[in-house]
Ligand binder design. Structure first.
Ligand SMILES: CC(C)(COP(=O)(O)OP(=O)(O)OC[C@H]1O[C@@H](n2cnc3c(N)ncnc32)[C@H](O)[C@@H]1OP(=O)(O)O)[C@@H](O)C(=O)NCCC(=O)NCCS
Length: 174
């Protein structure tokens, strides 16, 4: 297995290759607990609906998914969507990389690609909300902790200054 991967949006034309199903499988593989169970939001029907609706729905606030591909297969995914509470905000969710591909830059490439996509779709000053068990990653990119009562809740801003990306073997980005 080479380490080269590409990052791009998941689109309707990916359906025949069953990439939507692969997205669900990657999210589940990344979030499966040691006892084999999954948090409820990652169970198959609800999660597939999220992914499917993100690509097929005409609802303005739909989720959008970026995928990392290696040899035509999904190895990582990251979702984002406009915030529901405001027209000036965005949310990040569903970041996941297959265990065999973790630790070589796929997750960070997907995170940066989502922030780039939000910057293109949004406006300078829009807020970006994330909640992560690894807040240091987001803080390194310019996010701030929102509250001492929930140190995992983070907010960034479209247009915030971020450190330059380290070179990884990304052949194309969304
Ligand atoms: C978290 C995860 C997406 C990171 O993907 P990855 O490909 O292993 O990350 P990279 O190789 O780009 O790692 C670079 C760094 O950014 C972090 N990172 C990258 N993407 C991240 C993301 N979306 N959220 C949080 N941290 C992330 C990595 O933990 C690593 O931090 P470190 O340098 O302090 O060790 C991946 O390990 C995973 O799927 N984990 C299980 C599910 C999970 O925790 N999802 C995140 C929910 S917020």
């Amino acid at each position: 297995m080479g380490d080269a991967f590409t990052v791009r949006p998941l689109v309707m034309a990916d359906a025949p290759a069953r990439l939507h199903e692969q997205v669900v499988e990657v999210i589940q593989a990344a979030h499966r607990r040691s006892d084999g169970t999954l948090p409820e939001r990652f169970l198959s029907p609800a999660l597939f609906d999220q992914v499917y609706d993100g690509v097929y729905s005409v609802i303005r606030d739909r989720a959008r998914f970026l995928v990392a591909l290696a040899d035509g297969a999904v190895i990582g995914v990251g979702g984002y969507r406009p915030a529901w509470c405001s027209g000036h905000g965005w949310e990040l969710a569903y970041g996941a990389v297959l265990p065999a591909w973790q630790g070589i830059g796929v997750g960070m490439a997907l995170l940066r690609a989502r922030l780039d996509a939000i910057a293109q779709a949004g406006s300078t000053g829009d807020f970006i909300i994330a909640r992560s068990g690894r807040p240091s990653t987001f803080i390194r990119l310019g996010f701030r902790q929102v509250s001492v009562s929930d140190p995992l809740l983070l907010v960034g801003t479209v247009g915030m200054s971020m450190p330059a990306a380290q070179p990884v073997e990304v052949r194309a980005s969304a």
